[in-house]
Design a binder for this molecule. Structure first.
Ligand code: UDP
Ligand code: MG
Length: 319
């Protein structure tokens, strides 16, 4: 078997502070793997600039001009981590046997690349990087993340516990991923649906090298909302059950009140109306979330446009 052509795919959004350091570490790592004969000389590092507003693209272009093993693509807008990652994987598919996706801040331990590659050689198409501990996260991030996994499970969505987007995918698996045409991407939900042979690699998640998290609370909440509403219709069913229970209670209450000849005062009615309107609004909100999705999916908009490319592409990027 000839040496594996590996692509490292790294989405970057305003990462000027970490990129020089990250690039040095990754270059050293792939050189080491090449010298050990684990990956081919045709392996590449592919940075995807997700419409950054700082010097990220300048840095990427500079890396590309200095080293033929580095490539970059720049999305015309900030489309979010998941879409940037997909864009990178779809570019990498053209020239690699397999790709490992990781964050620009190198919180994912690059020392386990070797283990990923061993699993690939054993015939796995998808290898998930799973955090063995979450000590480096804040208590808040840890708590909300764990709550999220539990909620997803309760809603019947199959996701890998403590796995973010640090994973290896074979070319075949990336091809299958491209067949999922949805616009609201939640890769952690889609990848397990692909099937194929999978395995896990365990690692300790470190601290961000520099800069701040590019996932503020607002983005995290919208990501969680996407995860749930893109994969599960349970919230809709829960709403229905809730409505039935409420109706039964109201009927029983009315029967009891009537049989006792009880008098319902102004405040009682006021609270009842308030509660009922609240429930209606929540219901409308949940419905709106789904309708919004249908609306967006029905448009079938392209998910990204590549604005520029840098570095030597072994395949033809226009293909
Ligand atoms: N990222 C991106 N687009 C965005 C937000 C983030 O490409 O709109 C990238 C970011 O540059 C990083 C990765 O997604 O490589 C994960 O982001 P971050 O490390 O800030 O998230 P956290 O580790 O705090 O969850
Ligand atoms: Mg991070």
């Amino acid at each position: 078997m000839s040496a594996i052509r590996l692509a490292l795919v790294i989405p970057c959004y305003n990462e000027e502070e970490v990129l020089p350091d990250t690039n040095e570490k990754l270059r050293r790592k792939i050189t080491e793997l090449m010298s050990a004969g684990k990956i081919s000389e045709e392996s590449r590092i592919l940075y995807v600039d997700d419409g950054s507003r700082d010097r990220t693209w300048e840095l990427i272009s500079q890396f590309c001009s200095q080293d033929p093993q580095i490539m970059g693509v720049k999305l015309a807008h900030n489309r979010g981590h998941q879409t940037a990652l997909l864009a990178g994987l779809e570019c990498a598919e053209k020239f690699c046997d397999c790709a490992i996706s990781l964050d620009a801040d190198l919180q994912d331990d690059i020392e386990v690349f070797g283990e990923f590659l061993e699993k690939y050689e054993e015939g796995c198409d998808i290898v998930y990087g799973v955090r063995s501990s979450r000590e480096s996260d804040t208590a808040f991030k840890r708590g909300t993340a764990q709550g999220f996994y539990k909620l997803m499970k309760a809603f019947g969505v199959e996701i890998v516990y403590n796995h973010a987007d640090y994973r290896l995918m074979s070319r075949r698996a990336i091809g299958a991923l491209s067949d999922y045409k949805e616009t609201s991407l939640f890769l952690r939900g889609i990848v397990p649906m692909i099937g194929y042979r999978t395995d896990y690699v365990y690692y300790t998640r470190g601290e961000r090298l520099a800069g701040e998290s590019k996932y503020p609370l607002k983005k995290m909440l919208s990501f969680a909302m996407d995860g749930i509403t893109s994969f599960s219709v349970k919230p809709l069913r829960l709403l229905f059950s809730f409505g039935v229970i409420l109706l039964c209670l109201a009927v029983i209450g009315a029967i009891v009140a009537l049989s006792l000849g009880a008098f319902v005062g102004f405040w009682g009615i006021f609270c009842l109306i308030g509660a009922a309107s609240g429930i209606h609004l929540i219901a409308a909100g949940v419905l709106g979330e789904y309708i919004g999705k249908i609306y967006l999916e029905a448009k079938k908009r392209p998910r990204y446009h590549i604005e520029a490319a840098a570095g030597v592409f072994p395949g033809n990027p226009e293909e």
